[in-house]
Design a protein around this ligand. Structure first.
Ligand code: PRP
Length: 211
C-alpha cells in the first residue's frame, strides 16, 4: 500500500488546468474543485470494508455489498468546504467534522480556531479534505488531533500538494495516506505552492486578499 497516491486520470489533468489558471472565475473554480474532489474521493475509498447484503431486484434475490465502516469527512476550514459536497455525494451517510485552521501570514504556522470534536465516537476512517497541502503544517496538526481522538485510518484528499509538504507529512505520520491530483516541486518565500493555484480559500469564496 502506497502512502502517497498521485491519482492519474485525463479528467484530473483537464480540471487541474482550470484550478491553476489565474483567470478562472470563482464559480468555475468551485466547479473544478468539486470534480477533482469527486475523482480523489473515489480513489481514496476503493478499499473501504464492505459487507454482503441481500438485495431483492424486481426479478430475484441477489447479493450486494454495502460499506461496513464508519467514515467521517473532515474539512479544514475554509477551503476544505469546497470538497465536502462531492465526497458527501459519494458517502451520503458520512458525518462531517469541521476543523478550523488558518495560516499565520508571517510564520506560515497553522492557528486553530474551531474544534468541536467530541471525546469519543471517532470514525473508523477519516477523510480529511483540503485543496492545498503547502508546508504540511495544517495537515500535520489535524493528523495529530485525529489520532488523539482515536482515528486509526486517516486519509488526506488534497488537490495540489508541495513536495516539501508531502515529505514532512510522510516523515511525521508514516501511516497517514495521501491522495493528490498533483505534487508541485516547491514553495515560494511566502510558503505558497509553486506553480500551485494561489490561495484556494480565497478563490473558492471570491475573497481576494491584498498582495
Ligand atoms: C490554506 C489551505 C490549507 C493551508 C495549507 O488555508 O487551504 O488549509 O493553507 O498550508 P500549510 O500546508 O502550509 O499548512 P488558509 O490558511 O489560506 O485558510 P483558508 O482556507 O481560510 O483560506
Amino acid at each position: 500500500m502506497n502512502q502517497v497516491t498521485r491519482v492519474e486520470h485525463p479528467l484530473i489533468e483537464h480540471h487541474l488546468c482550470a484550478v491553476r489558471d489565474a483567470t478562472t472565475r470563482p464559480s468555475e473554480f468551485r466547479a473544478a474543485v468539486h470534480r477533482l474532489a469527486m475523482i480523489l474521493g473515489v480513489r481514496a475509498t476503493e478499499d473501504l470494508v464492505t459487507q454482503p447484503t441481500k438485495v431483492s431486484t424486481p426479478l430475484c434475490d441477489t447479493t450486494g455489498y454495502t460499506i461496513a465502516c464508519n467514515v467521517g469527512i473532515v474539512p479544514i476550514l475554509r477551503a476544505g468546504l469546497g470538497m465536502v459536497d462531492p465526497v458527501l455525494t459519494l458517502l451520503p451517510d458520512a458525518a462531517v467534522w469541521h476543523l478550523g485552521l488558518y495560516r499565520n501570514e508571517e510564520t506560515a504556522e497553522p492557528v486553530g480556531y474551531y474544534d468541536k470534536l467530541p471525546r469519543e465516537n471517532a470514525p473508523n476512517v477519516a477523510l480529511v479534505v483540503d485543496p492545498m497541502l503547502a508546508t504540511g503544517g495544517s495537515i500535520d496538526l489535524v493528523a495529530g488531533r485525529l489520532k488523539q481522538w482515536g482515528v486509526d485510518d486517516i486519509r488526506v484528499l488534497s488537490i495540489i500538494a508541495s513536495q516539501p509538504g508531502i515529505d514532512r507529512l510522510t516523515r511525521d505520520y508514516p501511516d497517514v495516506r495521501i491522495f493528490v491530483a498533483a505534487i508541485d516541486p516547491e514553495l515560494n518565500d511566502r510558503s505558497f505552492i509553486v506553480p500551485g493555484l494561489g490561495d484556494a480559500g480565497d478563490r473558492i469564496f471570491d475573497t481576494p486578499q491584498d498582495g
